[in-house]
Design a protein around this ligand. Structure first.
Ligand code: ADP
Ligand code: ZN
Length: 817
């Protein structure tokens, strides 16, 4: 009797593949282990074992596997179940899910590039002979494809050797993304121990009496570190002492200073929990009690608590209770930007039990977290992470918290699987028999709808912690202000007046503008032409900082032209406005105060956010201008005023969720105001102060917003009443994408009738020289997806059989945002 395994390959194919294994291998292999398998003529893939059986495949002769890569499963049965669910629900290949789920270092394939790890010193004696062969080859060539290594060592040995080299940190798997986000090492120095005593220091200063510059450095270092009692950044030291790097180097060579490197983007933390969690107030206690009761009858409960009502402290109590039962907790957040503040907060209570899973962590760090979670290590009892952390190999989850559950960044846009982490979390928790708590001050209509349908429980906190009042929200009619010439740039007289008062009182200000760049577009006053991206159907955006025009879709950029490209006139004007321009105007209006900016342009890299957030927290800035990044749950103590420069471009966004989103954004950004004793002030500038959404925001009336929006969703058949599947077709040839989309629209209409809309052009119909067409399928959300999926897959298959369409990219997005 022969033995076989079905494996998942990390590629977008529908099926599993079957390989033949020996009897011995069959005794050893388990589902969730990795194997290296041959594929096609030359390829080698890392595959994950799904099932072990004795049925030979009917259509092809099974090949042998190359090698078993794990001693025990690295993927759990529950994960395999989640992968299946995801592939099914989001209409993608399980291989797509595997690729998204596993840290890249786990999925080696023939094309993977490896290179020497330059940060690690490896002695020849550290390596076995075969390992050395590969390492040696990397001396001569900066990187190698795994495929090429087959020539160096026995084919069957390739993967095990690579794996061992990775474990020894001798090599790194190369990937652009990792290169870009490679942990930044910052050089620190401190005095060697023998010089830190009183007498030691005196002796040292005497020894250096003939080298005054070096002496100055030691003095500066001493002064700086007396304050912080820590090692000092070299950059800080050179600045304080005025010494050059070479002077510092000579002190290191002389063993006066000791140098070391600290990875700046890992959260520094000394391990121990330092405080007991806070006692809850009456509202929080009541909410905690209600959540526990709700969990008795509901797997999912929504905590709807106004901004600053103290939801986090309630989560903390729930986490404590779950940890006591020996189970793990997953804490999902929409964005990395939030983690720093929250990690600090959780580590105070839970110490080392908190693990953070960053998508921007290096390959190695991610493997580390993976292994800790898998072994249920004490170090990973509470995992904090953005959407991809639902893929971690939890052994026994007790609770998943989805904080800021309304955030759209929980939905993955590209590539497949285009999953929603909140909805997937609910499924994952269900598989574990765990509970899910969704938290928000402005719940998604989806979640609130589920509450109305009695699928989810609901718990509310309507007061802010410590009886702090909800901010006072004032709407400013800028149409009227313009008419009466009461605007300075984009600032109304009222805005300027309240800003001045706020600064006078020593409080800080946040200004919200939902666009980055200086002013979105440049327009010729004479002929009206505005420069377009050559690759995409959009106007270029002006960024004054670099004096550039840039495409926000493909990154294309040019220097700002002096003349109109169409008519040659020099009367180029800027239209609309962005964060950069607001910052500039603020600086002119309040030259004696410091203003800063937080948007995609100023926060690139992992470190960007933290720098700005910290600077603002420590009040090194008085006014912070930013995009929606500012709205995300940040807790700044001293902000008394939030100004929204223009609410209208949010409200008028062409999307069925625009009103819901405006409500959420405006309420969330308003929630940053007055989080301590003083009641915060919010000023919203708008051309349309009687807009229902603005009225609902200013009266904090979520339920009114919900009801009105739901009426529209019912009437126009949109989520959460209907489920949306968006089909996007892409091709570089406009005619081909056009024909293909008409064909597909007709085919879909034959099955789904009027529930099919389109094909239509998306708002930006060409991106990176690819033409796009969209088709929407609406399915009543009560209807099961099973039949729908079968129908779509069938249509999809016949689509692919049309020769002309084979090169058309077809993208399915279930629950599209
Ligand atoms: P939310 O997440 O609901 O916006 P937070 O959890 O950030 O609110 O709480 C708002 C502020 O109130 C925070 O600064 C927090 O430290 C403080 N706070 C909340 N609950 C308590 C408590 N029980 N004891 C002391 N401070 C609390
Ligand atoms: Zn472009």
């Amino acid at each position: 009797m022969s033995h076989y395994i079905d494996v998942i390959l990390p590629i977008p194919v529908e099926n599993l593949f079957t390989y033949v294994i020996t009897e011995a291998e069959a005794g050893f292999l388990k589902a969730g282990m990795r194997v290296a398998v041959p594929f096609g003529k030359t390829k080698v893939y890392t595959a994950v074992v799904k099932t072990i059986h004795t049925n030979a495949p009917l259509k092809y002769e099974a090949k042998q596997i190359h090698q078993i890569l794990d001693e025990t499963p690295i993927v759990t049965e529950t994960q395999l179940r989640l992968w299946d669910w995801m592939a099914n629900y989001y209409l993608c290949a399980v291989g797509d899910v595997m690729r998204a789920a596993l840290p890249n270092a786990f999925i080696l394939e023939s094309e993977t590039l490896i290179s020497k790890n330059k940060d690690k010193v490896i002695c020849d004696t550290d390596l076995k002979d075969d390992e050395f062969l590969i390492y040696e080859a990397l001396q001569h060539q900066s990187s190698l494809r795994i495929q090429d290594i087959v020539d160096i060592v026995d084919r069957k040995q390739v993967f095990p050797i690579i794996k061992r080299l990775l474990e020894k940190e001798a090599i790194v798997v190369e990937e652009e993304v990792f290169e870009k986000y490679k942990p930044k090492l910052v050089k620190y120095v401190k005095l060697q121990n023998q010089h830190t005593t009183q007498s030691g220091l005196q002796q040292l200063l005497e020894d250096l009496s003939r080298a005054p510059k070096q002496r100055d450095v030691v003095m500066s270092l001493f002064q700086l570190s007396a304050k912080t009692k820590k090692a000092i950044k070299v950059s800080e030291l050179t600045e304080a002492s005025g010494a050059s790097n070479s002077i510092i180097k000579s002190l290191i060579d002389k063993s006066v200073l000791e140098e070391y490197f600290i990875q700046t983007d890992r959260v520094e933390f000394d391990g121990k929990a330092s405080e007991a969690s806070k006692a809850l107030n009456t509202e929080q206690t009541e909410a905690l009690h209600q959540i526990k009761t709700s969990f008795e009858t509901h797997q999912v409960t929504l905590l709807h608590g106004v901004t600053s009502s103290g939801k986090t402290e309630v989560y903390v109590k729930l986490i404590e209770a779950v940890l006591k039962t020996g189970k793990q907790v997953l804490y999902l957040l929409p964005e990395i930007a939030l983690t720093t503040q929250l990690v600090n907060r959780l580590q105070i209570y839970f110490g080392e039990q908190v693990a953070v899973f960053h998508s921007k962590y290096s390959a190695h760090e991610r493997v580390e977290v993976w292994n800790n979670v898998l072994s249920n290590a004490p170090k990973a009892q509470v995992v904090l992470g953005a959407r991809s952390s639902i893929f971690l190999p939890f052994k026994s989850l007790g609770l998943i918290i989805v904080d800021e559950e309304h955030e759209q960044s929980f939905k993955q846009f590209d590539p497949a699987p285009r999953y929603h982490a909140r909805d997937s979390a609910v499924v994952l928790a269900h598989f574990h028999g765990a509970k899910t708590l969704l938290g928000s001050a402005t719940p998604s209509l989806e979640s609130y709808f589920n509450v109305q349908q009695r699928k989810y429980g609901l718990v509310e906190i309507t007061k802010r912690y410590n009886n702090v009042l909800m901010p006072d929200i004032e709407l400013i009619d800028i149409k009227d202000k313009h008419k009466r010439k009461l605007m300075k740039g984009h600032f109304s007289d009222r805005m300027i007046q309240v800003m001045a008062e706020t600064l006078e009182e020593g409080h800080q200000i946040i200004l919200f503008q939902n666009r980055r760049g200086f002013s979105p577009i440049v327009e010729c006053n004479t002929c009206g032409h505005s420069p377009q991206c050559p690759n995409c159907d959009v106007s270029l955006t002006f960024h004054s900082y670099r004096n550039q025009l840039r495409c926000h879709y493909c990154g294309y950029n040019i220097a700002k032209p002096l003349k109109c490209q169409a008519c040659g006139d020099t009367a180029l004007d800027t239209k609309g406005f962005g964060t950069e321009q607001i910052e500039e105007e603020v600086k002119q209006l309040f030259p004696n105060h410091k203003a800063g900016r937080m948007d995609l342009d100023t926060t690139r890299g992992k470190y960007g956010y933290e720098k700005i957030i910290t600077a603002f927290e420590q009040q090194e800035m008085d006014i912070l201008v930013g995009t929606q990044m500012l709205t995300k749950g940040l807790d700044f103590r001293n902000v008394a005023l939030v100004g929204i420069m223009n609410a209208d471009n949010l409200l008028n966004f062409p999307d069925f969720r625009a009103h819901e989103r405006s409500y959420q954004l405006l309420s969330q950004v308003s929630g940053r105001a007055g989080r301590t004793e003083k009641q915060g002030k919010v000023l919203i500038q708008t051309y349309n102060p009687f807009h229902n959404i603005l009225q609902q925001v200013s009266t904090n009336n979520y339920v009114a917003m919900y009801k009105e929006q739901m009426d529209e969703r019912y009437n126009f058949k949109y989520p959460p009443v209907y489920r949306l599947i968006r089909v996007t077709l892409k091709h570089k040839d406009f005619n081909r994408v056009n024909t293909a989309s008409v064909w597909l629209g007709t085919a879909l209409r034959q099955v789904f009738g009027d529930y099919v809309l389109g094909p239509v052009d998306p708002p930006v119909a060409r991106i990176r020289n690819q033409f796009h067409k969209n088709i929407l399928i609406k399915i009543p959300s009560k209807q099961s997806l099973g039949g729908t999926k079968k129908a779509i897959v069938k249509i999809n298959n016949s689509f692919m059989n049309v020769k002309d369409f084979r090169s058309v990219r077809l993208i399915l997005n279930v629950d599209a945002y």
